[in-house]
Structures are given as C-alpha cells and as structure tokens.
Design a protein around this ligand. Structure first.
Ligand code: ADE
Length: 171
C-alpha cells in the first residue's frame, strides 16, 4: 500500500504524485505484472528517462526483451541523435526527448512496447511514438503503471489516477 501525496503541478491542476524511484518493492511488483501482460510479439522496450527506467529494467529481466532509454538531454557522445520537444504535465516546461542514433538499428523494423510510469496528457507518449516511427519501429504496445485523467484504452495499465482541480491545491 502506498499513499500518494496530492501536489499542484500547474495552475488549477494537482496530481496524486507517483514516484517509483527508489521504491524497490513497487518497481519489482509492477514490473513483474506488466511483463506478464506484455504481448509475446514485442521485440524491444523503449522508456523515457528517468522515473520509468528501473521499471523497464524489471520488465526486461522478466521478459528477456532488451530495453532502450530515451534521454532528456543530448549527450556529446551520441551519434546522429533524433530529438523531439515535449511539454510534460509535471514540469510544465518544454523538455527534450533524445534517441541516440546508436540505438536506431535496435528499433528499425521491430515491434516496440513503450514503457512509462504514468501516462497522463499523452505528450510524452506522442513524442516517443513520433521518434520510434521516424526510425522505422512499430509501436505495438504501451505499458504503464497508471493512466491518469482521461481513459486510455490503448494503454495496458495496472490502475488509473484522477486529475484534481483547483480545490485540491489549497490542502
Ligand atoms: N501522478 C503522477 N505522478 C508522477 N508522474 C506523473 N506524470 C504525470 N502524472 C504523474
């Protein structure tokens, strides 16, 4: 059991903050369950840094499928990186998603599962999808611990979180 604190992330919007980082028990339990639900046809997992990386690690270990991390900053050692801007609900600021060109061949022509902790506005998901499709991968599944706000039937999730309105901000 975990209590999720309700925290404001934007004017008039609060979220029940789910942070798996450092929570071995939740990461392991969620990863095992999502690995069980992963379609057999999936070749490779793709996850954005940073909160979902340990989750992708567990799903990878359980399923035997490799995972690729999409970074939030471009690194000097990256070869021909592919980048997209995204506005995240939790930061409210534009941020980058960057695929190292070194990883392109692991995605091209493959069936990809996107792994994330929470799928909320769908901004990160859309940008990840664009990057994966640009390099010739097919997004065949999206797995997350939670969906949030609107219903997302295309996402395999273990639960759903509400978004909170202005009345939650004062508490
Ligand atoms: N409730 C939430 N907890 C953690 N990260 C999030 N990103 C979007 N919604 C979130």
């Amino acid at each position: 059991m975990r209590e999720l604190p309700v925290v404001p992330v934007a004017p008039g919007v609060s979220v029940a903050l789910f942070n798996m980082l450092g929570d071995t028990e939740v990461t392991e339990a969620a990863g095992r369950e999502l690995a069980r639900r992963l379609p057999a046809e999936i070749d490779v997992l793709v996850t954005p840094e940073v909160k979902a990386v340990s989750l992708a690690h567990v799903i990878s270990r359980e399923s035997g499928k490799p995972y690729i991390v999409i970074r939030k900053t471009q690194k000097p050692y990256m070869v021909d990186p592919i980048a997209r801007e995204v506005v995240s609900i939790t930061t409210g600021k534009p941020q980058l998603l960057v695929l190292d060109g070194f990883d392109v061949e692991k995605i091209r022509g493959r069936k990809v599962a996107i792994v994330d902790d929470v799928v909320s506005s769908g901004g990160t998901l859309n940008s990840l999808r664009q990057i994966i499709e640009e390099v010739g991968g097919e997004v065949a599944a999206v797995v997350a611990v939670f969906t949030e706000g609107q219903e997302r039937p295309e996402v395999t999730a273990l639960g759903h979180l509400p978004l909170f309105g202005p009345e939650a901000e004062a508490s």
